[in-house]
Design a protein around this ligand. Structure first.
Ligand code: KIV
Length: 278
């Protein structure tokens, strides 16, 4: 079957049919090409790039301009996946108009298809304004890394009944605001199941168990490119970090021994031209 660009309607249709879909992060052209080739439905240019690409301690300091730089690179590499631009901290919290303008930049300058923003019922009016402007919004609740200081660290959320009820209310408020899907991060699996049953829009889990309508991971975590720590909810499918270190060590050894470059890596010159030079 001929492949075509994934739309938000395709994701909603999959959920209605009970088919789980996938999202992974990418921050540059080669990763976007790889993720797209693997048939992943959506690519998130996440503000996690602050940590896994820029080496920062959290996601708080990344700016809209930095995000857009990476969004453009990803958009050049991905032909099929739905492209999700992550709105960074303080690009949508201060003022609704500013939020709509910044969301628009992700589509106009970053070539994204939709935006994602963190927050529950408190962010419902902002989400609604962005949706009303014609920009699809993916919500993100539970562990919201942009407010890590307020949460007291990267911790599982919704463990007691008050906190769990708040997350349910947040999910319903975002659905009412017109979000087309919601990321549920680091919440108990059975709470995620309950929310997924209550909502008509897809839930996308990360550390939220198997009963969400879709799953998302940070690609650098699942392929072992990020070495600082691996969250409990990540499955490491391959260790690219180790493979790259081994490859680079081999290169160093081959340069030292003269095994690289070999004749197949060299350009030739005709004998008579070389003789004339001597
Ligand atoms: O920035 C990101 O990568 C995210 C995912 C953890 C969902 O928001």
């Amino acid at each position: 079957m001929e492949r075509r660009k994934v739309t938000i309607q395709d994701l909603q249709a999959k959920t209605e049919k009970g088919e789980r879909f996938t999202m992974l992060t990418a921050y540059d052209y080669p990763t976007a090409v790889i993720v797209d080739k693997a048939g992943i439905d959506a690519i998130l240019v996440g503000d996690s790039l602050a940590m896994v690409v820029l080496g920062l301690p959290n996601t708080v300091s990344v700016t809209v301009d930095e995000m857009l730089h990476h969004c453009r690179a990803v958009a050049r590499g991905a032909q099929y996946a739905l492209l999700v631009g992550d709105m960074p901290f303080m690009s949508y919290q201060v003022d609704v108009k500013e939020a709509v303008r910044n969301a628009g930049r992700f589509l106009k300058e970053g070539n994204m298809d939709v935006v994602k923003l963190e927050g529950g019922a408190n962010m419902a009016p902002v989400s609604k304004a962005i949706v009303d402007a014609g920009i699809p919004v993916m919500g993100h609740i539970g562990l919201t890394p942009q407010t890590v200081s307020k949460l007291g660290g990267f911790k599982v959320q919704g463990k007691d009944s008050t906190a769990a009820q708040q997350i349910i209310d947040d999910a319903l408020a975002l659905e009412d605001a017109g979000c087309f899907s919601i990321v549920l991060e680091a919440i108990p699996d059975r709470l995620a199941k309950l929310i997924s049953e209550k909502l008509n829009i897809p839930t996308i889990g990360i550390g939220a168990g198997p009963d969400c309508d879709a799953q998302v991971l940070v690609t650098h975590d699942m392929v072992g490119l990020f070495d600082r720590f691996t969250p409990k909810f990540v499955k490491r499918y391959v260790n690219i970090h180790e493979q790259m270190v081994e490859a680079l060590k081999q290169y160093k050894a081959e340069v030292a021994s003269g095994a690289f470059p070999g004749p197949e890596h060299c350009f030739t010159i005709k004998d008579d031209i070389l003789e004339s030079l001597y």
